[in-house]
Design a binder for this molecule. Structure first.
Ligand code: GLN
Length: 195
């Protein structure tokens, strides 16, 4: 199995390390042809505007859409979640691959970053140490989107739709690799396409 990590900007090295710890071959992706032969792709946290603009410039926006349309799983954390969404309430390049509406920097300035133990039933009973950094939140989800985790106030912060996975937080910055394992399971058993 070979997984690519979009390496235009942001926390791509940490995802590569997490994948390698799980014994998976992980490579940096900066050009469309580097998607060839990959079984899955991770879009890291960082600055979604910067990553989106660079993706357009290098032809990766269309290439990633084709990659996902062919059934290959894509996982976006934080800025990666923003990029996979189809609505952020403002004009910036998106991949538009998931029916979720997202609000950027949704936790305010006072709360630049925080950590919380999240209940994630799909990962088992043990709570997941979720690190949020200038994080977005999911405002609403369309039909066919499964919410995997919510904050105590009900805000969805992790979701899946077919072969797309998103988290508002950064599993690559904790030592808990269960979200990466979950994604690798999606790669091994691709979801049936929606309907
Ligand atoms: N605030 C960033 C954005 O809106 C996301 C932050 C992150 O990826 N840690 O793009």
């Amino acid at each position: 199995m070979k997984i690519g990590v979009l390496a235009l900007q942001g926390a791509f090295r940490e995802h590569i390390e997490a994948l390698r710890k799980l014994g998976v071959e992980a490579v940096e992706v900066r050009l469309p042809e580097q998607l060839d032969g990959l079984d899955g792709l991770i879009i890291p946290g960082g600055e979604s505007t910067a990553i989106g603009k660079l993706a357009v410039k290098y032809g990766l926006q269309e290439a990633i859409r084709r990659f996902a349309a062919s059934g290959s799983p894509v996982y976006g954390s934080c800025a990666g979640m923003i990029l996979l969404s189809n609505d952020v309430g403002r004009d910036q390049p998106l991949l538009d691959l998931m029916d979720v509406k997202v609000e950027r920097n949704a936790f305010g300035r006072q709360l630049e970053s925080f950590e919380t133990d999240l209940a994630v039933p799909s990962l088992g009973a043990e709570r997941f140490p979720a690190i949020f950094i200038r994080a977005p939140k999911i405002e609403s989800v369309g039909e066919g989107v499964e919410v995997l985790a919510k904050l105590d106030d009900g805000t969805p912060v992790a979701a899946r739709q077919g072969n797309m996975l998103v988290t508002a937080f950064h599993p690559e910055l904790s030592n808990d690799l269960r979200f990466h394992r979950y994604f690798l399971d999606m790669v091994r058993e691709p979801a049936m396409s929606d309907e």
